[in-house]
Write a protein of this length. Structure first.
Length: 156
């Protein structure tokens, strides 16, 4: 039995938004806030409830980079690849996390503990390179800091 089914609360939210303009993005935001990503079977349920083709759902999910189709790690690492961060070493940070965790970008470690993704501007350009871990911002990050950050997370 899957636990990725829409809850009564989510169904109620979808019904409330069904006839409103821009409903699909609002609904997908709410679904992702609940599950942490948009599970495949949930996308089909949303399509049915909103009476839209599944292709439209996936078109929106894949167009906007903030939507996820796979479950993220318990600890979500997001490295900024905006211009300032890229120029100051953002790509090197991604490569270092890939090396330390043994996984590629936009993947999850086998134990489900960590996921690493590249994101566009976080909005802290003066602190470049910047990354977030579970929403907490880290600025002026160096490669040597990556292991320390992971070690702190492993201890939690």
């Amino acid at each position: 039995m899957s636990n990725n089914k829409l809850t009564a609360e989510l169904i109620s939210f979808i019904e409330e938004w069904k006839e409103k303009p821009g409903n699909l993005i609002m609904v997908l935001h709410r679904v992702q806030a609940h599950f942490g990503y948009i599970p495949r079977e949930t996308a089909f349920e949303v399509a049915e409830l909103l009476d839209v083709p599944v292709a439209k759902i996936y078109g929106v999910i894949t167009f906007y980079h903030l939507f996820r189709l796979t479950k993220p790690g318990r600890n979500q690492i997001a490295v900024c690849m905006g211009t300032a961060c890229y120029l100051k070493g953002g790509e090197d940070l991604i490569l270092e996390f890939e090396r330390l965790l043994g996984v590629g970008i936009n993947t999850v470690t086998e134990d489900g503990e960590f996921s690493v993704e590249a994101v566009r501007c976080i909005g802290c350009c003066g602190l470049a390179p910047v990354m977030t871990v579970n929403g907490e911002v880290f600025g002026d990050v160096k490669n040597k800091d990556c292991k320390k950050i992971l070690d702190q997370l492993k201890g939690k």
